[in-house]
Design a protein around this ligand. Structure first.
Ligand code: ATP
Ligand code: MG
Length: 269
């Protein structure tokens, strides 16, 4: 057991440190794998480049993702892995409850014990619709190892899947299986970001907070309005804007030798 330390709220990187603490605790609890810690570091690097704020292009993608989750119900699902469960269990639970869309525990480094722990963690934070250890299972075509196991009533039969911090190989397998995929991924260069139909280039906890706001707005929308949001959504334009945001910040830094001010705090998780 590592020593826990109190993160001072005044620390300029308070949020970043808080999320790291959550991951370390979840690692010790057998929820996050060491590879997940490495993936988080890569995400953090891209968040620096983005200025640690939710950009307009991310909010547009969040709106389309929430529209899709509602429009395709009951054949929509939120895929949850160890990092997601560690970083934002309460936000995932809240979104699942608000939308009445299930969370499916779906792991790259799958062990049944870890599935059980993540399911318990989500339930302890208020999630009631969780497909986990008890679900009927099958394999995603093309991913025959344990990393291809999915729930029959969840991802297998879903038409729309929201996922995050996901490996490109598995995102591609979902696309080949005919799903519409929305992905939260800070790295617009990643295979997941490039393969998804809706790419939310934002940090997971910020994206989920924005999704809760969008859910409030869209939960009473007519199917026609949701369809309209999905039809007019342009992922290439969104990805292009993400690259441009990085380029603009870099240009500023190149010209002045100074980065722009970092983003504001994030409020309470
Ligand atoms: P790919 O397999 O898609 O090419 P990769 O191999 O670089 O990507 P993976 O570890 O497979 O990376 O996937 C994790 C992805 O999640 C990375 O792109 C990383 O930047 C991103 N990521 C990590 N932490 C967060 C976070 N908190 N919020 C959003 N994205 C994150
Ligand atoms: Mg990968």
């Amino acid at each position: 057991m590592l020593d826990r330390f109190e993160i001072p709220r005044s620390h300029p990187r308070y949020w970043s440190l808080l999320l790291r603490e959550r991951l370390v605790e979840a690692f010790e609890a057998g929820i996050v794998v060491p590879q997940g810690l490495i993936a988080h570091g890569r995400g953090e690097a891209f968040d620096y480049l983005l200025g640690e704020v939710s950009h307009g292009f991310a909010l547009k993608a969040v709106e389309a993702a929430v529209a899709g989750l509602i429009y395709y119900k009951p054949r929509s699902v939120i895929s949850v892995n160890g990092n997601m469960a560690a970083l934002a269990p309460e936000l995932l639970a809240e979104l699942s409850e608000a939308l009445e869309v299930p969370l499916e525990v779906n792991l790259f480094y799958r062990t049944e014990e870890r599935v059980r722990r993540i399911e318990e963690h989500l339930r302890a934070h208020g999630a009631r619709r969780v497909l986990g250890a008890g679900c009927r299972r099958t394999h995603l075509p093309g991913l025959e190892s344990p990393r291809g196991i999915v729930c029959v009533e969840g991802i297998h039969s879903a038409r729309f899947v929201l996922l995050g911090i996901e490996d490109g190989d598995r995102t591609e397998a979902l696309k080949r299986a005919g799903k519409t995929v929305a992905a939260v991924d800070l790295n617009p260069f990643s295979r997941t970001a490039q393969t998804a139909d809706i790419t939310i280039v934002d940090e997971l906890t910020r994206a989920l907070k924005a999704a809760l706001k969008a859910a409030e707005r869209l939960s009473s929308a007519e199917p026609g309005e949701l369809r309209g949001i999905l039809d007019s959504y342009d992922n290439r334009a969104v990805l292009s804007s993400a690259f441009k945001a990085i380029l603009d910040r870099l240009s500023h830094a190149v010209e002045r030798g100074l980065i722009l001010e970092p983003g504001p705090g994030r409020g309470d998780l």
